[in-house]
Design a binder for this molecule. Structure first.
Ligand code: COA
Length: 193
């Protein structure tokens, strides 16, 4: 993985995580249009646990909030860019970073469905884990996933996450309740992979 400090127009210097087929980079206000083309798709949003539409000013506010959270060390949010075309195809990040417990909650969405099933989500996940354990020196990365999200669960298991908990009937979607699964990976498990 190549690390490069690149100047970001609006918010100082950010880290860029370069993989073979995708690059993780900061999100910018100029990305909002592309994000909104896909992010209000119900199929995507139902996997993220809510179906409330998002408007342009709200998305811009979210982008700005990612800069503030990064400056404060609370979260590192990235856009997932497809190297071949430099198109933004998703977003991912490490949230609720705790310097005391050295833990973080991981989130990912390849929200452009044309890019599903090409191994790009898995590559983005691996870049994020490498960043969490080898750059931020974190001890534990955890996540929440709705029980019917088989695609996501498959890639989480593939990169080394384990099932560690289940919140029963935690999410209401499409007229019924679903359990929310907790998965995590510890630093020694990551380094053994
Ligand atoms: C989950 C997500 C990030 C996966 O991204 P992706 O780029 O499609 O993932 P990849 O192509 O790297 O891998 C997909 C894997 O799922 C497998 N898969 C596809 N459908 C599946 C299913 N129904 N059950 C189990 N595995 C499935 C594929 O075979 C592939 O595994 P393989 O490479 O071992 O064959 C993407 O689908 C997404 O963003 N979904 C909507 C938002 C979301 O669910 N985010 C996660 C919230 S917890």
């Amino acid at each position: 993985m190549l690390l490069a400090g690149i100047p970001e127009r609006d918010c100082g210097v950010i880290i860029m995580l370069k993989g073979k087929r995708v690059t993780l980079r900061g999100v910018e206000l100029t990305d909002v249009e592309e994000i909104l083309k896909h992010f209000n798709d119900l199929e995507i949003r139902q996997f993220l646990g809510e179906a409330i539409p998002i408007a342009k000013p709200e998305e811009e506010e979210w982008v700005r909030s990612t800069w503030a959270q990064r400056r404060e060390g609370r979260a590192h949010v990235f856009g997932i860019e497809f190297n071949e075309t430099q198109q933004l195809i998703g977003t991912c990040g490490l949230h609720a970073i705790s310097p005391i417990h050295r833990s973080t909650e991981l989130g990912i969405a390849v929200w452009n469905k044309d890019y599903w099933g090409k191994g790009l989500g898995t590559e983005a996940l691996r870049l994020l884990l490498d960043y969490a354990f080898n750059q931020l020196n974190l001890h534990r990365v955890w996540l929440r996933v709705i029980e019917d999200n088989e695609r996501a669960i498959h890639i989480y298991l593939k990169v080394g996450f384990q099932h560690t908990g289940r919140l029963r009937q935690c999410v209401f979607k499409q007229g019924g309740y679903q359990d929310l699964l907790i998965m995590d990976i510890l630093e020694d498990e990551y380094h053994k992979e």
